[in-house]
Design a protein around this ligand. Structure first.
Ligand code: S3P
Length: 431
């Protein structure tokens, strides 16, 4: 299915919107509640394809998960040692988070399992988890020569490690932390850059002994039980980012986005927007279920190009395609470097966003580890390829909103991976 967008560059936006629940937190809530002791309630969970993949995998491992109502899950935790051998291959669909986190969880179980996913997941690097997990004594092997999925895991007793991560990745960190729950001692992880810390926060919320120490070090000690909890999930800042980008370059526009997660390991995009000249105010801050959230108030105006600080790359990794869109709207040069991780996401996101924006008339140059873009461009509608990547499809939709004429974004059904309802919300805001 294509998404067809008729750009209205000067549209004045005055709207208040809500964003669906955070994807990263939803995955973790499902997985950790599944091994907690007793019933957990997960409110405002993200009911999107990626999280449905996690739900199905946990059900295949014997966990009862029901929808209490359309916003809420009830999960009957089996306890830390209560998962059962799956009756078939665990299919993670398109979800890199699911395959990497579950690999960590499954290494310390007393059964054998196989994890597999779609064509995109089968092209994503798994050596980054195979290596540390093997050091923990795990028996985890790729069934391909290139260390891609499928992965076969024969559960074994694990030992703790002291591991310095060569890549900044919350998925890898979380895989090691989940395996660390089953190791016979304290596991110590040192991050390359601080990445999203939802796993640490939720484990702590469930009364696991996990600590952040100076120098980007995290320690975790195994426990006998995780406490069952009620979790309320904030709106996903990575989804809110599309609407911030939709309003930020429209003079006099005002958008209020309610109940957005503002965990500081995720708010880099707000810093980028502010540095580019956008006017954003954060109001009604509160912390629920150990995660901060707030309402965001955006006023549109003129943007200027900036060089993105390399230290912030891990924090804005999912928003970088949108930063390219902002670069096309801003006056001057926007530079992104040291972002080669983008090449191993759901698609090669450097190639995909550069190609899409160039087809719409942006002056953008692809670099091995990022891109450079000179704006403001007079964007023109065209046919563009999403490469079946949800974040590329949504980023190109925002670019198209500022373009003259009609843009056809191909294969846009992939948006359902992280944000079902995006197209409706977009249409509602632009009405
Ligand atoms: C995620 C971590 C990031 C991010 C992904 C979600 C997570 O991936 O890109 O969308 O929930 O842990 P990496 O760990 O590969 O950087």
């Amino acid at each position: 299915m294509d998404n067809i967008v008729n750009g209205i560059k000067n549209k004045l936006l005055k709207k208040t919107i809500y964003i669906p629940g955070d994807k990263s937190i939803t995955h973790r809530a499902i997985i950790l509640s599944s091994i907690a002791s007793g019933e957990s309630i997960i409110n405002n969970y993200l009911n999107a394809l990626d999280c449905q993949s996690t739900i199905k995998c946990m059900q295949n491992l014997g966990v009862i998960i029901e929808e209490k109502d359309p916003m809420t899950l009830r999960i009957f935790g089996k306890g830390i040692k209560g998962l059962q051998a799956p009756s078939n291959v665990l299919d993670v669909g398109n979800s890199g988070t699911t395959i990497r986190l579950l690999a960590g969880l499954l290494c310390g179980q007393e059964f054998t399992s196989t994890l597999d996913g779609d064509d995109s997941v089968r092209k994503r690097p798994m050596d980054r988890i195979i290596k540390p997990l093997s050091l923990m004594n795990a028996d985890i092997n790729s069934l391909t020569e290139k260390k891609f999925a499928p992965l076969k895991i024969i559960g074994k007793p694990l030992r703790p490690i002291h591991y310095s991560m060569p890549v900044a990745s919350a998925q890898v960190k979380s895989a090691i932390l989940l395996a660390g729950l089953y190791a016979d001692g304290e596991t110590i992880i040192r991050e390359k850059e601080q990445t999203r810390d939802h796993t640490e926060r939720m484990l702590s919320f469930m009364q696991v002994d996990i600590k952040r120490r100076p120098k980007k070090i995290i320690t975790i000690t195994p426990v006998k039980a995780l406490k069952n909890v009620n979790i309320d999930i904030p709106g996903d800042i990575s989804s809110a980012a599309y609407f911030l980008a939709l309003g930020c370059a429209r003079k006099d526009s005002e958008l209020i986005i309610r109940n957005v997660g503002i965990n500081k390991t995720r708010t880099g995009f707000l810093e980028v927007l502010k540095k580019m000249g956008a006017n954003i105010t954060i109001i009604n801050k509160k912390v629920i279920s150990n995660e901060p959230r707030a309402d965001l108030l955006l006023k549109g105006g003129l943007l200027k190009g900036i060089k993105i600080d390399q230290k912030i790359i891990a924090n804005i990794i999912d928003e970088l395609p949108l930063v390219a869109v902002l670069g096309a709207l801003a006056k001057g040069k926007t530079i992104v470097e040291q972002a080669q991780e983008l090449r191993v996401k759901e698609s090669d996101r450097i190639k995909a966003i550069v190609e899409g924006l160039a087809r719409m008339g942006a002056k953008i140059i692809e670099k091995e580890d990022g891109f450079e873009i000179i704006g403001p461009a007079k964007l023109k509608g065209n046919t563009v390829n999403s490469y079946k990547d949800h974040r590329i499809a949504m980023s190109l939709t925002i670019a198209a909103s500022y373009a003259e004429g009609k843009t056809i974004i191909q294969d846009a059904q992939c948006i359902d991976i992280s944000y079902p309802g995006f197209v409706n919300s977009y249409q509602e805001v632009m009405k």
